[in-house]
Design a binder for this molecule. Structure first.
Ligand SMILES: Nc1ncnc2c1ncn2[C@@H]1O[C@H](COP(=O)(O)OP(=O)(O)OP(=O)(O)O)[C@@H](O)[C@H]1O
Ligand SMILES: [Mg+2]
Length: 601
């Protein structure tokens, strides 16, 4: 009873989804089969009933022929009628007629029952009587039968079968449905419900079916096992991914191509100085995090991500929450086919930049060290002139009366020589100072000449003749004067050192400036030294590559990074007939601002 009530209550569940389709199909197929079987059964019944009527006709023939022959012989109409009525009472017989076969005008006719228009069964039996050894035809017995009763019985049977089978089919189908529900569908529904709210990010209890376990595992057990295994694998994969992100070794963020940061690890938040609350409030967006001069580079990265699915690492800067800038190396990849989600890896370059700046500064100080004689000479010149002028001026003023007319221009020269000396000292101090990078509009020829002055003594010590070929009216460069001068100084010193290695031939150094093919300025430093290494000449730009006993091998590598930080290029080619030419291009004006730049020097 309780089972029936439960079944009734769970009827909507039963009939939902595959339950209803199962019911319809079971009903349809069992109805078709029932119908076919019933038709066969009815046909057999029909055949049997028709056979019974035939059998009855045969019995009439054998059972009544004798007595009817006697009756006709004796013309006993009463007895004949009794017999005819007796035949009529037999099942399915509708009409019986006995007709005397005499040649008289009014033969004896005994009938019973009612005649039908087209009787389905009609038999005629000849009634003969043995008379003096011969058979004499006395009359004819006509018996007509009907199938009415046969049909009625068939109909009754059909009705009973149909109703019975319909009820049976329905009950069986319902029980099949109930069994399928109890055995399968309710578990499937429970699994679907669990899967719907399954969250592999939090640890979940394994799925268990609400049933007494069968002796040996069935298909559902296999399904549950496979499901639990998949869940475990998913959790392991997710834990690995989380470990990757939460290890916080590098900054990792997940966002969409519009630049909206949806997820970020602590390492990234630390780099940009934001916290989880800022992230949750949607305050982290690429556009706001990126200084305006990096927007172009970011746009190119977005295009690269769309076309190739990845972004190769590149350097850029982010704004920290406090408005300061942080140099980073970033790369990334799309997380799905459509590129709706992207993962970005961010490496803080602050330390590296600081180390680079230290190195650049150390290189500058070291180069300055090599130029002490030159510097002393540069400072000495105005001071010597200043002393001579001062002494002469004193002499003019010592006269009686003092000749201030003559002394005044000398004092003016003393002042300008003093200024010149102070200017040189200031420049040298600026050059050796560790100051943050400062880009300004600068005239490259001026910068070249200024630094060349420091190398004069070094050049003459090594018998190097220095020539310049500086084009006039060059466009201005937007760059850091000290850093660009450091590059030129390194190139000049390398050339002087290289030429000092070869004793024969003239030592010629040519410094030229001009317009580059591309929109920019080209500066070359050519020498007549031993030239570049034959194998892999570009390795001279690698850090720590040196052929000198006292060299560090950092000069050219620093030069290249400075030039590239200005958006330019530095390379070397062989000189004719021997020696090397170092070429550098620098973009003009504001263009150089859009390139990566070391944060401080
Ligand atoms: N003008 C040149 N001609 C021939 N070889 C050169 C020239 N300039 C540089 N090189 C080669 O390239 C190497 C690397 O030069 P780089 O300036 O980087 O380092 P370095 O001069 O050896 O040491 P330092 O770090 O003190 O500058 C040199 O050791 C030298 O072999
Ligand atoms: Mg060098």
């Amino acid at each position: 009873m309780r089972g029936a009530t439960t079944a009734w209550r769970s009827l909507p569940d039963l009939l939902g989804g595959i339950g209803w389709r199962l019911l319809v199909r079971v009903l349809f197929f069992s109805s078709v089969i029932t119908l076919l079987l019933s038709l066969m059964e009815l046909y057999l019944d029909y055949r049997r009933d028709v056979g019974a009527i035939d059998q009855r006709m045969t019995e009439i023939d054998s059972g009544y022929r004798q007595s009817l022959g006697d009756g006709l012989w004796r013309m006993d109409e009463r007895q004949l009628r009794l017999q005819v009525e007796g035949i009529l009472r037999l099942p399915d017989i509708r009409y019986v007629e006995l007709r005397e076969a005499s040649g008289q005008a009014a033969p004896l006719v005994v009938t019973a029952g009612s005649r039908q228009a087209n009787p389905p069964v009609r038999r005629e039996f000849k009634i003969v009587y043995p008379n003096r050894g011969a058979e004499q035809l006395l009359g004819v017995l006509v018996v007509e039968a009907t199938y009415d009763r046969v049909y009625r019985r068939l109909l009754d049977t059909a009705a009973v079968i149909m109703v019975g089978q319909a009820i049976k089919t329905f009950i069986v189908s319902f029980f099949i449905l109930l069994i399928v529900h109890r055995l399968i569908t309710r578990h499937l529904t429970a699994m679907a419900r669990l899967l719907g709210k399954y969250d592999f990010r939090v640890s979940q209890v394994p799925l268990l079916l609400d049933r007494r376990p069968p002796r040996s595992g069935d298909e559902l057990d296999h399904l549950v096992e496979a499901f639990n295994q998949t869940c475990t694998r998913l959790q392991v994969a997710y834990a690995k991914e989380r470990r990757l992100v939460d290890s916080n070794i590098i900054g990792v963020l997940i966002g969409n191509p519009d630049g909206h940061v949806q997820e970020a690890n602590q390492a990234f938040l630390r780099i940009v100085g934001y916290d989880q609350a800022d992230l949750a409030a949607g305050r982290l967006r690429r556009l706001e995090l990126t200084p305006p001069e990096w927007h172009d580079r970011d746009d190119r990265a977005v295009v690269e991500m769309r076309t190739t699915g990845t972004v190769q690492p590149f350097e850029k800067e982010y704004f920290r929450k406090d408005g300061s800038r942080v140099p980073v190396l970033i790369g990334g990849a799309t997380l799905d086919e459509r590129g709706d989600a992207v993962v970005i890896f961010v490496l803080d370059l602050t330390e590296r930049k600081r180390a680079e700046a230290e190195l650049t500064h150390a290189n500058r100080v070291a180069t300055m060290g090599q130029l002490t004689a030159s510097i002393a000479h540069e400072v000495n010149n105005p001071i010597a002139a200043l002393l001579v002028n001062a002494e002469t001026a004193v002499r003019w003023l010592d006269r009686q009366p003092p000749n201030s007319e003559k002394a005044k221009p000398l004092i003016d020269r003393i002042v300008s020589d003093g200024k010149r000396a102070a200017d040189i000292v200031r420049r040298i101090r600026d050059f050796s100072k560790k100051a943050p990078m400062r880009k300004e509009d600068l005239e490259i020829n001026e910068a070249i000449l200024e630094i060349m002055r420091l190398t004069r003594v070094a050049a003459s010590e090594h018998s190097v003749s220095v020539k310049t070929r500086l084009s006039e009216g060059l466009p201005h460069i937007f760059g850091d004067r000290v850093q660009l001068q450091q590059v030129i100084l390194n190139l000049i010193m390398n050339a002087i050192e290289a030429m000092s290695e070869v004793s024969e031939g003239s030592h010629e150094l040519l410094i030229s400036s001009g317009k580059a093919d591309s929109d920019g300025v080209l500066i070359t430093v050519s020498d007549s030294g031993p030239g570049l290494p034959e194998v892999n000449p570009d390795r001279i730009f690698e850090a720590f590559y040196t052929t000198k006993s006292s060299g560090l091998g950092m000069g050219l590598s620093i030069c290249r990074s400075i030039v590239e930080a200005h958006g330019g290029r530095l390379w070397a080619t062989p000189n004719e007939p021997h020696g090397a030419v170092f070429c550098m291009t620098l973009p003009i004006g504001e263009k150089s601002i859009k390139s990566p730049e070391p944060s401080s020097v």
